[in-house]
Design a protein around this ligand. Structure first.
Ligand SMILES: [Zn+2]
Length: 330
């Protein structure tokens, strides 16, 4: 499907032109997020097991596809449940006036209480326990002393290492009241993530995820980030294969039952170029237009995909189809 045009009726079907409704760039535009000062890394108690890259500086676990058996899947499911809980706790702290460093402290305590190591902490030199990406920060924002402002959006990305497994999930949260175009970006990204997961089918090509996400995003006027994708996950934090969220026609690899990976599209409301800040992490859109992201860790089952980053009692800040499976109504 082609990208919606500015003079077309808005996708929300309220009768207004897109450019006067959910495509109103004057409402989406906001100031570039200033990078603040970053506090020292938070300590992790000695009894909590670290991933291999903490002591060796290198990833020693296989970077190949992560295929789970019953035993390893139970451990992965637990790590993912912990990640889902930490994300919910962190999300509850989002409010105008709160700093992302304060949210990092709350998330860090939530990992530790659950016996988990924050996988981000000291991964390739990252010094915080979550990523916090505000407004036009596409991903990998570093928690700092900037106070969240009413109308901001912030993605919080959580990865928990426990029982020898990494569970990875993220969600974009509204700070107080947000305008309707920005809400459209956030909710479209959430739905795109769930549509991508619903496209998973054993024996079918991986490109089905991008085919489910990109045309949907474009029909609402958004672009999909191409530089970053999902990844295999389990014993290794970032493993093969690369999961494309855009249409990648040559991607003929097939989903296998038991394979575990992330689905984590980033959608852009403005131009598609972005630039890494001097901190070596933060990726700013060049036009400062906001972006959003959601992420689940999933495993391929004989009938589709099971979302693993959901609490034992079925809660998630990301969202899940009400049926409990990853299948959305047509
Ligand atoms: Zn609209």
């Amino acid at each position: 499907m082609d990208r919606i045009r500015s003079n077309s009726p808005c996708w929300c079907a309220n009768g207004a032109k897109y450019k006067r409704c959910h495509g109103d760039r004057r409402l989406l535009q906001r100031a570039r997020v200033a990078i603040g000062s970053v506090s020292p890394p938070r300590p992790v108690p000695d009894h909590i097991t670290r991933p291999d890259y903490i002591s060796t500086g290198a990833v020693g676990t296989p970077r190949t596809w992560q295929i789970q058996d019953d035993e390893s899947l139970e451990r992965l499911r637990h790590a993912c449940q912990v990640a889902a809980e930490v994300l919910l706790v962190a999300g509850q702290a989002v409010a105008p006036g709160t700093t992302t460093d304060e949210i990092d402290a709350i998330a860090h305590a939530a990992y530790v209480e659950r016996g988990a190591y924050p996988s981000d902490l000291r991964y390739h030199g990252f010094t915080k326990s979550i990523c916090t990406s505000v407004n036009g920060v596409v991903c990998h924002g570093v928690p700092d002393d900037r106070r969240l402002q009413e109308g901001d959006i912030v993605n919080i990305d959580v990865t928990a290492f426990v029982d020898g497994m990494h569970g990875d999930t993220s969600a974009t949260f509204a700070v107080g009241a947000i305008d309707e175009p920005t809400r459209g970006l956030v909710e479209t990204t959430r739905e795109a993530t769930l549509r991508g997961i619903a496209a998973v089918a054993a024996g079918e090509p991986l490109r089905r995820i991008g085919e489910a996400i990109e045309p949907f995003a474009r029909s609402r006027g958004f672009s999909v980030v191409r530089t970053y994708g999902g990844h295999g996950i389990g014993q290794t934090f970032h493993a093969a294969p690369h999961i494309y969220h855009h249409v990648e026609r040559g991607d003929d690899d097939l989903f296998q039952t038991g394979m575990s990976f992330t689905v984590e599209p980033m959608l852009l409301s403005g131009g598609t170029s972005f630039t890494q800040a001097a901190d070596g992490w933060t990726e700013h859109t060049d036009d400062a237009m906001p972006s959003a992201q959601f992420e689940h860790t999933v495993v391929v089952t004989p009938t589709g995909a099971e979302i693993l980053t959901i609490t034992a009692d079925g809660r998630t800040a990301v969202g899940a189809p009400a049926t409990g499976s990853a299948r959305l109504p047509a």
